[in-house]
Ligand binder design. Structure first.
Ligand SMILES: NC(=O)c1ccc[n+]([C@@H]2O[C@H](COP(=O)([O-])OP(=O)(O)OC[C@H]3O[C@@H](n4cnc5c(N)ncnc54)[C@H](OP(=O)(O)O)[C@@H]3O)[C@@H](O)[C@H]2O)c1
Length: 250
């Protein structure tokens, strides 16, 4: 960075979990940080705790996203925007719930769409910057009981891939974060063994270390991610054979 002004990051969906821990590390590294989320009490407490600014926001409200982005960039343009808002609930087939699909699609897919629509032109106008979408390694390939969560995450990865080359021409590095299992309010709902589970602070460390590095994807923990990437290459017949036995069991 040139000059003496602090670098500014806008972390959206960052009152708890990974987003809050990224904020904590960035503040410690001298960044100015703005945190957004819906629950104002928790958000205000989190922002006070780490020395950040709180801007309440629901990413599923496209007009509110646009207004917040315009206000924020008019006062102090952010060089980094992290789209971290996310929600999760497991869904076994016998509990098929269209309303759950709609709810998770709004936050996990349309949320990133609304934020990108608002911030990409603003980042271009400030001369560039970086956007991180926290998707998920669950978006690599279909896994049992995860469709309402993982299908929008797969779409978010696809969205970033599709927009990345054009965004680069605007000077914007559009990237994805694909974590495996990270301990948080979301994974606390899981009743199954989560291989490679890491703490939110460890995940945040991996994310922050990658901010000034090159590359499209930030994915961790390495062993789980490579296993899932390997599964992604398998033909359907072999993939379903393995998944039926290892995930569904007998
Ligand atoms: N934990 C994992 O294993 C894992 C793995 C891969 C990817 N991820 C992704 O990582 C991101 C962070 O998750 P986390 O595990 O750290 O969970 P978390 O602690 O529950 O964090 C989610 C954050 O998003 C906010 N949020 C939720 N809905 C929102 C909305 N509509 N508008 C604005 N903010 C919203 C939450 O606050 P409010 O509810 O107050 O709004 C909270 O601050 C999510 O996108 C998640 O899908 C998590």
């Amino acid at each position: 960075m040139s000059g003496s002004a602090a670098r500014h990051a806008w972390l959206i969906g960052a009152s708890t979990g990974m987003g809050l821990e990224v904020g904590r590390l960035l503040v410690m590294a001298g960044w100015q940080v703005t945190l957004s989320a819906r629950s104002t009490d928790i958000l205000d407490r989190a922002a006070r705790d780490i020395g950040a600014t709180a801007v309440p926001l629901d990413v599923t409200d496209s007009a509110a996203v646009r207004t917040a982005a315009q206000h924020l960039f008019a006062t102090q343009p952010a060089e980094l925007v992290m789209i971290n808002a996310g929600d999760y609930a497991p869904m076994p087939l016998e509990d098929f719930d269209s309303a759950l699909f709609e709810r998770l699609n709004r936050v996990n897919y349309l949320g990133p769409v609304y934020v990108l629509g608002a911030v990409l032109p603003l980042l271009r106008d400030r001369g560039g910057g970086q956007v991180l979408i926290n998707a998920s390694a669950a978006g690599y390939r279909g896994l049992p009981r995860s469709a309402p969560y993982a299908a929008p995450k797969a779409a978010a990865i696809h969205l970033a891939e599709a927009l990345h080359p054009e965004a680069a021409r605007w000077g914007v590095r559009l990237r994805v974060i694909n974590p495996g299992f990270v301990r948080s309010r979301l994974t606390d709902q899981n009743r199954f063994h989560m291989p490679g589970l890491i703490e939110a602070s460890a995940a945040a460390q991996r994310i922050v270390e990658a901010i000034d590095r090159n590359g499209f994807e930030i994915a961790f923990p390495r062993r789980l991610v490579w296993l899932l990437k390997l599964l992604r290459c398998l033909p359907y017949r072999l993939y379903f054979f393995i998944i039926e036995r290892r995930v569904l069991g007998t």
